[in-house]
Design a protein around this ligand. Sequence first.
Ligand code: PLP
Length: 268
Amino acid sequence: MKVTRIVLTIAGLDPSSGAGLTADLKVFAAHGLYGVCCPTALTVQSTQGVFRSEAVPPDLIADTLSCLAEDVPLAGIKIGMLGSCGAVCAVADWLSAARFRGPVVVDPVLRSSSGRALLPDDALPALRERLLPLATVITPNQPEAAVLAGEQAAPETLAEALLAQTPAVVLTGGHGPDPDTITDLLRTPVLERRYTGPRVHTSATHGTGCAFSSALLAELVLEQTLVEAVGAAKQYVEQAMRAAYPVGQGRGPMHHLFRHRPKDFTPG
Ligand code: PLP
C-alpha cells in the first residue's frame, strides 16, 4: 500500500495564491507531500497588495483542527498568518492539548510587504508566550525578529534574544543590506550557522517567506536535519523565484511547482 505523508498549514488565504495557504499547499505538493489546511483569515489581495483582512472565528479554527486531526495522521505543521489574538490562542490551545510530536514551523507573520498589518499588536504577548515555545523552529525576517525581541539589533543579537522564547530560529535575510547576496542565520542553543546565496533580482517575491517556511517544514518531515533542511528550503525558494513566469501587475508569485512545466499559451 502506498502512503503519502500528510502535512498541515494553518494560515491566511491569499486569493492570488502567491502567499498564504494555497501557496503552502503547492510547496507541499512540490515536495511530494499531501497538504491539508486550516484557514485563519480571509484577505482581499492580489499581486498589487493586501487590501482587506477578516479573521476566521477562533471556534471555527479549533473545530477545523480537531476535525482534521481526528481523521488524518499529521506528519508536520506549518503555522503562518494568524490574523487575530483569538486565532493565536485557538492554535496554541489545540497544539498543546494534542501533544503533537512532529515538527512545527512557525512563520511569525506580522505585516505584508505592501505594509498592511497581518497580526494586531494585542496578539503579540500570546504569540510570544503561548505559541513560540511550541515551535520546533521559527522563521522571522529581520523586522519581525525585532518586534518579537522588542529591540532593534543585529541579526545575531536578535536570534540570541529569541532563543528565550523558542527552541530554534532561522532569521531570514531578505531585508539585509547586500544588493547581491542574502544570508539566512540559523541559531539554536548549540549552534550558529549562516547560509549565503545570491539575491535573485526579480519582481516574483510575493510570498517568499511563506514558501521558505513551508519548504523547511517539508524537508524536516522528509527527515532532513535542521541544518540540512534550512539549506534545502533556501535552495528551493531560489529555484522557484528563478522559474517564475508573469502573473499580475505587481509583485508576482514564484513558480512553486517549477519541476512541472506550465502549459504554454500564446495570447491571440
Ligand atoms: N497574505 C498572506 C495570507 C500571508 O500569509 C502573507 C505572508 O506571510 C502575506 C499576505 C504577505 O506576503 P508578502 O510579504 O510577500 O506580501
